[in-house]
Write a protein that binds this ligand. Structure first.
Ligand code: BGC
Length: 761
């Protein structure tokens, strides 16, 4: 496509028309210039291609496709390779189906377990989210299909999702809510970015110039186009100027006309319109130039892959008395409707029309030692006595019981948030009653977000299977019966109860104002800092085998923030079966930091496969970002001098090895101007200033506290001695503003005199 020639030949009306969709899923074309329409589709753990009537809520049908594990599950793999393989498969399917862009991954941070869309998001941790999203994007784009990383930005609730304003300080935005986008953009150049519905600090994301142009393009170097979330546009003209290129699904032409008028009136530059057209055409051209509609889409093969990947995502959370894996000869009562009709994906725009679904019971059809009881109705809330009695009966006859429980579709979905963290009462009661009959009970959970588990003490085993895609049922069998050793890790903390979550007091907001009061202390950053007990910590997960760590090496031991730090550690499989281990690297921040910092933050992950007895060395490299915080006066990343620890952990709460590293920052912070309100303490590290005012301090303040008693002064009573100890005197002096010299000098120094001298500084 000769893009510049086309732009030159286009009328203003034609250009404006290209900036919105033709319908729900297609861009517009310009027939006379040979510019075709291209189609996009929801996903990203499969295709939701709608051939007939389009909608963005998952209401109308889409074509049959393969549903891979949803992001809540794939994140638990802690494995870039899993995401890459999902991406490649989806990319192939897109080529086959003539789709140019898949609308994902969704990388919003899990601020609260209540967010209705958590099942579509990866984690509470920005590093993990960014790494996994980047791999998915690499996978899709390796097939010359575009991605649309979404929802940019700070879209962590569904409540009032099209009007709420996410209000937070600069540091929180930079350290928690933006980095996943930043990582993905810098590493992989997603073809498109989808802006979110909400406002960010007072301005809709769809017309937020700071977000779409200043940060995304100028700072991070994004080269693709920005598309609106479906219906996210408020002021289209402002949006074009801010950097929103494509409006979807469109406005029936009315916003196109407003763009034309604004240009004619001189309110919007034609260059801005040209630039958006250019960005959109570049992506369309890239897709057209690399189309491969004859790419095979082997759904059967993808189903086999979906099963394998789902197995990699399951997290073993409890395994008392090694109750798992189950043995072929054991009689097992499988209980719970989800065992026959699994919940394996979430509701809304990411909903895939699976060409096949495996249930656990399907996968067990050849096992003569398995009994089944329904246990509950999926839509039910109150216990059904008859169903529970039948379940008890089955459990009584078996060696072990497996209860498949979880959240029904109606409990969590795009479009609204949860109001509590419990599974339906009928399931809780079932778990307790069955465990009473058979103490060897295991629970498998199908859910998109953490739940409270008041029954956890009653059961011996627990697998968090999340929403594992269409092959979740057979993958559950693989893990339960030990064909696959579980290797998932929790990508989010499971609090003991909802009220412990750091956003509990302000989540959802008041009216349209959602103030992120907990700041950077999201998830484990909060629980670890508060030393709070959690049900299961971030990064936690067991295996059927065991691993030992040794020989942690960190080089150099003293580094500048411009250096690369190299780390290696040896991991050995010390158990009896083969398995995968997730090596987690955390950086522990200095204790004496001047700013509030989390205890530790995840800065590296590697997943490795080890045969029994096998040892592998795992290496990481860290740059300054692993040690930095966002400094609000610098408006940049800043590494504080100090001693940090490089830690290898099995979770954020279980650090197995650690080594200190001394870091030296090379960036200078801007010096605050010295005024009459500057306190003495803040001058302690500014010798150039102190030198100038020291004589004045001596003269004026010398006699004020403790040591410098004036001659002839009365001896202090015991009471006075106590009232003004040296410690207290020093503290009072340190917190005193310079103007205090005027107040307490007994007339030796005047205000004007002080101000005059400070001006000279
Ligand atoms: C969702 C997006 C989705 C779009 C198109 C919106 O409601 O927020 O994630 O891609 O619809 O279906």
């Amino acid at each position: 496509m000769e893009i510049e020639r086309l732009i030159a030949e286009m009328t203003l009306e034609e250009k404006a028309s290209l900036l919105s969709g033709a319908d729900f899923w297609n861009t517009k074309g310009v027939e006379r210039l040979g510019i075709p329409q291209v189609m996009v589709s929801d996903g990203p753990h499969g295709l939701r291609k709608q051939d007939t009537e389009g909608d963005h809520l998952g209401i109308n049908d889409s074509i049959k496709a393969v549903c891979f594990p949803a992001a809540c599950a794939s994140a638990a793999s802690f494995d870039r390779e899993v995401l890459r393989q999902i991406g490649e498969s989806v990319g192939d399917a897109c080529q086959h189906e003539n789709l140019s862009v898949i609308l994902g991954p969704a990388v919003n941070i899990k601020r609260s377990p209540l967010c209705g869309r958590n099942f579509e998001y990866f984690s509470e941790d920005p590093y993990l989210t960014g790494e996994l999203a980047a791999s998915l994007i690499e996978g899709v784009q390796s097939r010359n299909i575009g991605t649309s990383i979404k929802h940019f930005a700070a879209n962590s609730q569904e409540h009032r999702r099209m009007s709420s304003d996410s209000i937070m300080d600069e540091r929180t935005l930079r350290e928690i809510y933006l980095p996943a986008f930043e990582t993905a953009v810098k590493k992989t150049q997603p073809w498109t970015v989808m802006c979110s519905y909400n406002k960010v600090n007072g301005e809709f994301a769809s017309q937020n110039e700071w977000l779409l142009t200043e940060v995304l393009r100028r700072e991070w170097g994004f080269e693709g186009f920005v598309v609106s979330d479906w219906g996210a546009v408020s002021d289209r003209v402002k949006g074009v100027a801010a950097g929103l290129d494509l409006e979807m699904p469109g406005s029936g032409g009315s916003n196109d006309r407003r763009i034309v008028e604004a240009v004619k009136k001189g309110e919007l530059s034609e260059e801005a319109v040209d630039e958006s057209v250019r960005r959109i055409l570049r992506i369309i051209d890239r897709y057209l130039a690399n189309r491969k509609p004859d790419t095979p889409w082997d759904m059967e093969a993808q189903h086999v892959l979906a099963r394998k990947l789902a197995g990699e995502c399951m997290v073993l959370l409890k395994n008392e008395d090694q109750i798992l894996p189950l043995k072929q000869e054991e009689k097992v009562a499988v209980i719970g409707r989800f065992a026959a009709a699994p919940r394996y994906q979430g509701g809304g725009s990411s909903h895939i029309n699976s060409f096949r679904v495996d249930s656990l019971m399907d996968a067990l059809k050849d096992n003569p030692n398995v009994l089944y009881a329904q246990g509950y109705d999926i839509q039910g809330e109150e216990p059904d006595e008859e169903l529970i009695s039948l379940a008890e009966e089955a459990a009584g006859k078996a060696d072990k019981a497996v209860i498949v429980a979880g959240l029904p579709d109606s409990f969590e979905s795009e479009g609204y948030d949860r109001s509590h963290m419990r599974i339906p009462r009928c399931q809780e009661v079932l778990i307790r009653r069955v465990a009473k009959v058979n103490p060897d009970t295991v629970v498998v959970l199908y859910n998109g977000s953490p739940v409270e588990m008041p029954w956890i003490g009653d059961v011996k085993g627990l697998i968090e299977a999340y929403l594992g895609g269409q092959a979740a049922g057979s993958a559950t069998k693989d893990v339960l019966w030990g064909d696959v050793a579980p290797s998932g890790r929790l990508p989010e903390s499971f609090p003991l109860k909802l009220e412990h979550n750091p956003s509990y007091l302000s989540y959802g907001g008041e009216g349209n104002k959602a103030v992120y009061t907990e700041g950077i202390f999201v998830g484990y950053r909060y629980y670890d800092k508060k030393k709070m007990d959690v049900l299961f910590p971030f990064g936690y997960g067991l295996s059927y085998t065991t691993f030992a760590y040794e020989n942690l090496k960190v080089e150099p031991e003293c580094a500048k923030d411009t250096d690369t730090v190299r780390i290696s550690v040896e991991v050995t499989n010390t158990g009896a079966c083969a398995g995968k281990e997730v090596v987690q690297l955390y950086v522990k921040n200095p204790k004496d930091s001047r700013v509030f910092r989390p205890v530790r933050e995840l800065r590296g992950i590697e997943k490795i496969f080890l045969q029994p007895g096998e040892t592998k060395q795992v290496s990481f490299t860290l740059d300054s970002r692993a040690f930095a915080y966002w400094n609000e006066s610098l408006h940049d990343w800043y590494v504080e001098d100090g001693v940090y620890d490089i830690e290898i952990g099995k979770s954020s709460r279980d650090i197995v090895l650690g080594r200190s590293i001394k870091m030296e920052g090379t960036k200078a912070l801007p010096a605050e101007p010295v005024t009459v309100n500057t306190i003495f303490m803040d001058l302690e590290e500014r010798p150039e200033v102190l030198k100038v005012i020291q004589p004045m301090i001596e003269e004026v303040m010398g006699g004020l506290f403790g040591s410098g008693k004036e001659k002839g002064e009365e001896k202090k009573t015991d009471m006075q001695e106590e009232a003004v100890s040296d410690e207290m005197g020093n503290a009072m002096l340190r917190y005193l503003p310079l103007r205090g010299m005027v107040s307490f000098s007994g007339g030796k120094l005047g205000y004007d005199e002080l101000a005059e001298m400070l001006k000279k500084l």
